[in-house]
Ligand binder design. Structure first.
Ligand code: TTP
Ligand code: MG
Length: 402
């Protein structure tokens, strides 16, 4: 079997609006405009449900105009944390198809599915699987297109919206793009379009057919890329985000410390920060390492592997505290202390049953804490054992500056 390159593009339909419609089913089927409430006179539309689009409302339109076009619409400010949570669930589904997932925005991604063909049984089966699993996990609609490269897959999903599926065969790229209007081609902005229209070029096909000399004389070197795009040629690879290997936080004390009570409090603080960063990335750690540098610059590390991956402060702090007695054995002043979380994986919790009620509760509580921190800064909420450090912690190490 020859291994053709097959690239899938997925884009959620009316993403923010659809999430709100799932959260509040009374909004289903109604024109819904996200971006600001009715009183808002300055904001713009983030997105509009397909019902609202029938009135001509679209993203980036001033809310005032949207209200004029669609006076009976429901207007809402966005609730970003819900959109991010939905986006993470979608991503978790996509990662079950291939490790080569590139998140292009909060609601779209490219997946290189070349290696997944045999396992799933072809493009269509992969697409149907993704659409079904996303419905099950989030109740949200999405559109999927599969083609020989990122460019046509992206244009394809845009053409197939909403709740659609489209397949572009290898060799069929140029023919697929041909009839489309120039505005559909990525990389053609308003200015490029204007210039092309002045040459009598209104479709992607007409751009593809222009003599190269003409394209180069008008656009210079970028003309090459422009015409290649119009012919559906694109070689850019799906760039899967590199998964960080570790997340660490450490600090050097202003003067060496001997008091392990104080050292431990700072260590817990560092751990909370590292765990927060871990959750921000939607990841879990399986291994926890304690790092200690003494006055004589000798550095020791102590590691523990957890029974299962976690992003919970409590589980990580407990593991780390278990390592402290080992670190204390060397009775010397401590110059630096640090924590590293390693053996990282993406958080799969949304897809798997919670193992115990208690960790589920903690996870929910931490999600609330993280939301407050996102708005007001890490130190606004501090958990139990690092509280004696005082409200705002000043530590010298740059890695803590966030
Ligand atoms: P899009 O995928 O461009 O739009 P959409 O998902 O709302 O609708 P479609 O079915 O056409 O894909 O953007 C994803 C989200 O990003 C969108 O729901 C809201 C947000 N967004 C803005 O906040 N401002 C904007 O100008 C755009 C285009 C999107
Ligand atoms: Mg979308």
């Amino acid at each position: 079997m020859s291994l053709q390159r097959r690239i899938l593009h997925i884009d959620m339909d009316a993403f923010f609006a659809s999430v709100e419609q799932v959260l509040n089913p009374e909004l289903k089927g109604r024109p819904l405009i996200i971006g600001g409430d009715r009183q808002d006179t300055r904001g713009v539309v983030s997105t509009a449900s397909y019902e609202a689009r029938q009135y001509g409302v679209h993203s980036a339109m001033p809310l005032v105009e949207a209200k004029r076009l669609c006076p009976d619409g429901v207007f809402m400010r966005g609730r970003f944390e819900h959109y991010r949570a939905a986006s993470e669930k979608v991503r978790a589904v996509l990662e079950t198809v291939s490790p080569l997932v590139e998140a292009a925005s909060i609601d779209e991604a490219y997946i290189d599915v070349s290696g997944s063909q045999r396992l799933f049984g072809g493009d269509c089966a992969i697409a149907q699987y993704i659409k079904r699993r996303i419905r099950e996990e989030t109740q949200l609609p999405c559109t999927v297109a599969v083609g020989p490269n990122k460019l046509v897959a992206k244009v394809g999903s845009d053409e197939a919206k909403p709740d659609g599926y489209l397949e572009i065969e290898a060799g069929g790229e140029a023919a697929f793009l041909r009839p489309l209007s120039l505005r559909k081609l990525p990389g053609v902005g308003p200015r490029t379009r204007e210039m092309l229209e002045s040459l009598g070029v209104f479709t992607v096909g007409a751009l593809a057919d222009l003599p190269l000399q003409t394209v180069l004389s008008v656009f210079g070197q970028t003309g090459y890329a422009l015409q290649r795009a119009a012919r559906g040629i694109s070689t850019s690879p799906v760039e899967a985000e590199s998964v960080p290997k570790s997340i660490s936080r450490e600090t050097t004390f202003e003067r060496d410390l001997l008091d392990w009570g104080a050292i431990e409090r700072i260590l817990i603080y560092l751990t909370e920060r590292a765990a927060y960063a871990l959750r921000e990335k939607g990841m879990e750690a399986k291994c926890v390492t304690l790092k200690v540098r003494h006055s004589d610059f000798k550095t020791y590390t102590f590691a523990r592997t957890l029974a299962e991956p976690t992003s919970l402060d409590r589980a990580i702090v407990d593991a780390l505290r278990g390592l402290v007695p080992n670190a204390r054995e060397r009775r010397a002043g401590v110059r630096l202390i640090g924590v590293a979380l390693t053996t990282l994986t993406h958080n799969q919790h949304q897809l798997r049953l919670f193992d115990g009620k208690s960790s589920e509760k903690w996870e929910r509580a931490l999600a609330g804490v993280d939301r407050v921190r996102e708005r007001h800064g890490f130190d606004v909420v501090r958990l139990g054992r690092s509280i004696p450090l005082g409200r705002r912690v000043q530590l010298a190490t740059p890695s803590l500056s966030r």
